[in-house]
Design a binder for this molecule. Structure first.
Ligand code: G6P
Length: 616
């Protein structure tokens, strides 16, 4: 949520800042800005809307920009105040000497603002961030030292923040601070970088220092000093970044989303690699750190997640309960936080998150960690805050996901959940590895990459259907059992990127209300897989048909006599009910993609959304 970049070195700062911001656009994109320092001057450029507007703005200032080798930049996802130029970061103090960018939310900003107004601060924007600029400037007056000013200011601020600040009187440094919002310092040779996420600097360095909460740092061209909560200097812990610059390129695809959908077969291979070797072998999941005794004692499982990750968790509930008979609760993190936490040391808590930085999930995990439960984290970002909270860090290996709508990370989360559930089952029941149903699932998991590839080889029918239905304003997705979450996820994908009102329902619930909405203007997409719920979903399709709804079937089997029910049918490769969520979802992702693309929507950066939601 919002993106930060900073640079200090010999290169042209504006080039680095713009390139960094372009890789952070997935975090928010309603306005952007940079502050460039040259000599004792700071020039600020801001623009509302997407980054391209700032780039246009800077084109005519190339001569001035080229002079600057120190700067900070920001891309915003508005929380306080409209996405206008005035509210865009960087923000300055009244004297214009201090400039800063900020991610997060300052919770006591009203209180601080009132105090600062009393001592003469005049506010220009509606943001909480501007309070920090005035506060640090106020503290600066006492010591004339930017580090000390930042250290005293952050002690007065409540909430979440990552700050980067520069001051005209100290033109050789950027001062940074972090609490509950990610901030990384990229270590270069005679130059250093700062970013809220590593794609912003991976082109320039593979070495980084991850700031931890309450740290404040001074970043200069040739040095980095980091201070702890008590203002003591700490030793720098440099880590090597596990990502390649190529991961943030579209590789010829029109959108990152389409590229990421196509990467899913390889993602499945990566997650299974070395962990599932053949149908008759036990799962190797060394990342799961509970011993057999502890696994046998698990009395309940709680899954906590948001958005798409929550839907993966819902599929996980179905698989874990089926194989292990351990009761599983799945809950959105934002709800979990505000209830009594009922968990103990025999509770296995699974936190799922693509980014590993979702504020609600982090808070929920921290809360339940207090109960002594084992925390297993399924995240695509092993360098994230959530990964650092994990007792077991389960594999995802999806590579950087750029498109705001999650696709390949969902697939990877599903595979990780299949492995975990089979692992628990194999410990609880020594004979289970020879259970035919399990052997079949393992075989199907091993065959999954080629099934996904078959599906992706010919998308003509999906594209045709996408075009045909692109002008409908509402959609209903129905399914039962293990595919109910697929209906929710398919509907979420469609509404995220095309802004069509799409809702997923358990097919059996259709008649308890939603059926009132059905007529010829309401297409119903039904997921029908062979298995125990097939006939029931088919009956629900009949009910929809009787109300003249247009019907689209996504199915791995349909008797000829039943085909007449449907206006359109998307056939998927065969597979059991258990594996079907991992196949169906590819169709639903493609359908959403092609509808949005046909409508000319901004597929990778849909309005109002951000990929990493670091505010509660
Ligand atoms: C945002 C994204 C969604 C994502 C959700 C949870 O809303 O736009 O795509 O599913 O956050 O994110 P996480 O990183 O925790 O999976």
């Amino acid at each position: 949520m919002c993106g930060i970049i900073g640079y200090i070195g010999d290169r042209c700062a504006s080039d680095i800042l713009i390139s960094g911001l372009s890789h952070l656009e997935y975090r928010g994109y309603d306005s952007s800005g940079v502050a460039l320092m040259h000599g004792n001057e700071i020039d600020i450029y801001k623009a509302p809307g997407k980054l391209i507007n700032l780039i246009e703005e800077l084109k005519s200032k190339q001569d001035v920009c080229a002079k600057s080798h120190i700067g900070i930049g920001h891309i915003r996802w508005a929380t306080h105040g409209l996405p206008t130029t005035t509210n865009a970061h960087p923000h300055t103090s009244n004297c214009n000497n201090l400039t800063l960018v900020h991610n997060g939310i300052i919770e006591n900003y009203q209180e601080l603002k009132e105090e600062l107004i009393k001592v003469g601060s005049v506010f220009k924007s509606q943001t909480d961030t501007e309070v920090a600029a005035h506060l640090i400037a106020y503290e600066y007056e006492k010591t004339h030292d930017l580090l000390k000013a930042m250290q005293s200011a952050v002690k007065k601020i409540k909430g979440a923040f990552a700050f980067c600040a520069i001051h005209k009187s100290e033109p050789d440094k950027i001062v940074v601070a972090k609490r509950n919002a990610p901030l990384v310092i990229g270590v270069g040779n005679g130059e250093n970088f700062i970013a809220s996420d590593i794609p912003a600097m991976i082109e320039y360095t593979k070495k980084a220092i991850y700031l931890t909460d309450y740290q404040v740092g001074v970043v200069q061209k040739d040095s980095i000093q980091i201070f702890d909560k008590d203002d003591n200097l700490t030793a720098n812990k440099i880590e090597y970044l596990p990502f390649e610059a190529v991961a943030i390129s579209k590789l010829g695809y029109k959108h990152f989303m389409l590229k990421e959908i196509h990467e899913q077969s390889d993602v499945v291979r990566n997650v299974l690699g070395g962990r599932l070797l053949s149908p008759d072998k036990e799962v190797n999941l060394n990342e799961f750190k509970l011993n057999n005794d502890e696994i046998n004692k698990i009395s309940r499982v709680q899954i906590i997640a948001c958005g798409t990750s929550l839907h993966a968790g819902m599929v996980g509930k179905y698989i874990i309960e089926k194989f292990t008979k351990i009761p599983v609760d799945v809950e959105p993190s934002s709800e979990y936080i505000y209830r009594d936490t009922i968990a103990d040391k025999n509770t296995l808590v699974i936190g799922i998150s693509q980014s590993g930085e979702t504020a609600d999930t982090i808070t929920a995990i921290k809360q339940v960690k207090e109960c002594g439960s084992h925390i297993a984290i399924i995240t695509n970002r092993t360098d994230s805050t959530m990964a650092r909270l994990a007792d077991s860090l389960l594999p995802v290996d999806a590579g950087i996901e750029v498109s705001v709508a999650a696709t390949k990370s969902y697939m990877a989360q599903l595979i990780s959940l299949y492995l975990l559930s089979m692992k628990i089952m194999e410990v609880k029941d020594k004979n289970s590895a020879k259970n035919p149903e399990i052997m079949k699932l393992k075989q199907e998991l091993l065959e999954l990459p080629s099934k996904i590839e078959i599906l992706l080889e010919n998308t003509d029918n999906i594209q045709r259907i996408a075009k045909k239905y692109s002008n409908y304003k509402n959609f209903i997705f129905i399914a039962r059992g293990i595919n109910f979450p697929s209906a929710l996820e398919g509907a979420l994908k469609l509404k995220e990127i095309s802004y069509i009102n799409a809702t997923g329902y358990c097919a059996g619930e259709l008649k308890h209300g939603p059926i009132a909405m059905l007529d010829e203007n309401m297409p119903v997409l039904a997921i029908l897989n062979t298995g125990i719920v097939y006939d029931k979903v088919l009956s629900n399709c009949e009910e929809a048909r009787a109300r003249q709804a247009k019907l689209i079937g996504v199915t791995n089997y349909l008797a000829e006599k039943d085909e007449r029910l449907f206006d359109d049918i998307i056939k998927i490769p065969s597979g059991s009910d258990l594996i079907s969520p991992a196949i169906n979802i590819v169709v639903l992702q493609l359908l959403a993609y092609y509808i949005a693309e046909y409508l000319g929507k901004d597929v990778d950066q849909p309005r109002n959304l951000a990929k990493s939601v670091t505010v509660e």
